[in-house]
Design a protein around this ligand. Structure first.
Ligand code: ATP
Ligand code: MN
Length: 463
């Protein structure tokens, strides 16, 4: 007697004729007075195993609670299937129920719910085919990311989630405090006295692990982080979450060109890993939601990313004659509509834009000799827009300090960061990939809320 996952069963032809046991959740039950067919899913694959229940051995009364959503086990012989849609099925000898799922009330009783409906049932939606597939793709991608960096000798560095520096610069932050919000301690001039707070000063959830990543890279050579990040912006778009996962490699002795090569290799590696190792789920998602998905994934693998400067990009947009919602001019922050125009309409290839105006980019980016632009790079993808943002970092202490001063960033908070430039500074580069944007791209979904198990967005943190 073996207790196997459905994925293994379907992948192992030698199990035919053997007695096995399976456990899972009922997707559907149908049939007639002589025989009933249960489609069982255990989460290991998008495929169901068909359990054939002969009504000579079981009564209809016994089967009453074997409804959609109920959990059960079955023992029997695995046989070749005569029916369409499956290669084998289990001829049940014994079956048992773990837990019923009252057919009147079970929210996923019927098929074909909208994504909006399922978002309200986020606690149960992993039970659907769609979310099973998405969450397995997500898991494979996470593994691919670790594999990619591990194969290249990068050290996996865990950077803090709670930070006391408010100069990471990437966005609005969530405060972390243990002070009594109703009645906080006050200083003599009436301000909140943060010296009495848990960390002795104001603290927040991190918006990026980059600055600490640089501390790691300038010691270990090449590091990457992979962890949650938090942004308190009130941006209700299909591409923004308040809590998302970010991957941030940071590499010493790497310039912007090498950084672009790394980003391109990395994205191609992850996509090709998912296609090779989770083909069934991607094919299923493609069939159900997006017929062009697999072509689009192959298109990334088969094309070299176009590299051009921000200035060239702006010229193309200005000359395009295309009507954009947001105005295009040198110095403007590019919106998703501009990014997608370059990728989808103009080049029809993934694009890496470099040399952005320093005013619209972070303080730590390496300044070009023109005095106007910095060595930033954004990787732009079809359907997504920006998927990666990165740069070569300013390694010159003087230039960096000057920029920090210009921007009025409180220098006293930055002493530890500046020590990387003070002692043994090196040229270095890195980038941040928003994990959910990658999962969005690989699954073909259109809303980022549907590619993370429990999305956090403004006004939404129920489960
Ligand atoms: P955007 O312009 O799309 O808001 P950003 O420039 O603020 O992004 P960065 O600070 O460069 O983002 O962060 C690096 C990467 O993290 C982005 O390229 C993107 O893939 C991802 N990312 C940024 N903000 C979010 C968010 N709110 N939700 C999900 N992913 C995000
Ligand atoms: Mn960015």
């Amino acid at each position: 007697m073996t207790n196997l996952k459905i994925k293994e069963i379907l992948d192992t032809p030698s199990l035919l004729g053997q007695e096995i046991e399976v456990k899972g959740w009922i997707r559907t039950r149908r049939g007639n007075k002589n025989v009933q067919f249960i489609a069982l899913n255990d989460g290991s694959t998008i495929m169901n195993l068909q359990i054939v229940v002969d009504l000579e051995s079981f009564s209809e009364e016994e089967l009453k609670q074997f409804t959609t959503g109920a959990s059960m086990w079955a023992k029997g012989i695995l046989v070749e299937s005569m029916g369409k849609g499956q290669s084998c099925e289990l001829q049940a000898k014994e079956i048992g129920l773990f837990g019923a799922a009252d057919a009147e009330n079970y929210p996923l009783q019927k098929k074909g719910h909208t994504m909006e409906f399922l978002r309200e049932k986020a606690h149960l939606r992993p039970r659907t085919n769609t979310f099973g597939a998405i969450l397995r793709v997500r898991s494979h991608l996470a593994f691919a990311i670790h594999k990619f960096f591990n194969e290249r000798g990068f050290v996996y560095l865990n950077t803090p989630l709670i930070t006391a520096s408010d100069c990471e610069g990437a966005g609005a932050m969530f405060q972390v405090t243990t002070l009594d919000m109703e009645n906080p301690p006050r200083t003599e001039d009436g301000k909140i006295d943060y010296s009495k707070d848990f960390f002795g000063k104001p603290a927040s959830l991190t918006v990026s692990g980059q600055l600490e990543g640089e501390l790691g890279a300038t010691a270990l050579g090449a590091i990457y982080t992979f962890g949650p990040t938090f942004r308190a912006e009130n941006s209700n778009t299909p591409r923004h979450l308040s809590e998302f996962w970010m991957i941030e490699p940071e590499v010493s002795f790497l310039d912007i060109e090498g950084n672009m090569d790394l980003a391109e290799d990395f994205l191609k590696y992850c996509i090709s890993y998912a296609l090779e190792n989770d083909r069934d789920d991607i094919e299923w998602l493609s069939q159900m939601y997006d017929k062009e998905l697999i072509d689009r994934l192959n298109f990334i693998l088969n094309n070299k990313f176009v590299r051009l400067t921000y200035t060239e990009g702006i010229e193309i947009l200005e000359k395009s004659g295309h009507k954009f919602e947001f105005p295009v001019f040198w110095g403007a922050d590019l919106q998703s509509e501009h990014e997608r125009f370059l990728v989808e309409e103009y080049f029809k290839k993934p694009v890496i834009l470099t040399g952005y105006p320093k005013e619209i980019k972070a303080f730590y980016m390496k300044q070009n000799d023109d005095g106007k632009t910095v060595r930033a790079m954004d990787v732009l993808f079809p359907k997504i827009g920006e998927i990666i943002g990165g740069s070569e970092r300013e390694e010159n202490l003087e230039k960096l300090s000057q920029r920090i001063e210009e921007l009025g960033i409180p220098m006293k908070d930055m002493w530890w960061y500046l020590d990387t430039r003070r002692y043994g500074t090196v040229p270095h580069s890195g980038f941040g990939l928003g994990f959910e944007r990658l999962v969005l791209f690989v699954t073909g979904m259109t809303n980022i809320r549907d590619v993370i198990p429990f999305p956090r967005t403004p006004g939404n943190a129920e489960f």
